[in-house]
Design a protein around this ligand. Sequence first.
Ligand code: ZN
Length: 141
Amino acid sequence: MQVKKVDHIGIAVRSIEKALPFYTDVLGLPFLGIEEVESEQVKVAFLQAGEAKLELLEPLSPESAVAKFIEKRGEGIHHVALGVDDITERIRELKERGIRMIQDAPKRGAGGAWVAFMHPKSTGGVLYELCERTNRTEGHQ
Ligand code: ZN
């Protein structure tokens, strides 16, 4: 297993529009863009914080996992994304070591990255995302 860096930290918010001024005006972080991830029913905004990014996640429907998270635990830190190469191989290694994955195969996340989540029951309560940023397009969904 090789983790290159913390790629980003995901933060659940009720409203990106309301949350954003704190990040851009108070913290002065560069705003990188906003997009909707249909498969997850979330709207996502990225901010650059030094070498890592912050990912604000706003639910687009009450059924989205982020909406359920906010309902249960309130707004706040949702997940930590670890930057890796060759994500398919990393998933295989983790499973071999008995780590439960939420996805057995990488899927497309925000910004065109390939992502897969580990189950918090296997990680001491933290929702970790594996995140591979490459230009490869094979398997594009
Ligand atoms: Zn993320």
